[in-house]
Design a protein around this ligand. Structure first.
Ligand SMILES: [Zn+2]
Length: 109
């Protein structure tokens, strides 16, 4: 039963940390906070903390959910065909070889 409780505790800490990571915050810091205090406190802190936009955008690009507009360099959604910032055509997202090689270069960094 104790093992089960610890596993559940760590699972909750992991979920809070993932949420924090998605928001552009530190996975490790939030995990430690959640682990030693409470996942609930960790969650409250993660919700209150301001989103780290540059890191959030970087992670969105890394996850393939967003990309940079080739004209104005703003981060836009991957599926967008017209940039909402500069109203220019950005084309369909790259698929296949180019995307794969880009993913590879991200991984190798
Ligand atoms: Zn643009």
């Amino acid at each position: 039963m104790l093992i089960f409780s610890i596993l559940l505790w760590v699972l909750f800490c992991g979920m809070v940390s993932l949420y924090a990571w998605y928001k552009g915050l530190s996975f490790f810091e939030l995990f430690l906070l959640s682990f030693f205090f409470s996942p609930l406190i960790g969650l409250v802190v993660a919700v209150i903390m301001k989103q780290n936009i540059p890191i959030y955008e970087k992670r969105q690009i890394k996850l393939g959910l967003a990309r940079r507009c080739p004209h104005c360099a703003e981060v836009i959604k991957r599926r967008e065909s017209v940039c909402p910032f500069c109203d220019k055509e950005v084309g369909t997202p790259h698929k296949g070889k180019k995307a794969a090689s880009h993913r590879q270069s991200v991984v190798s960094r």
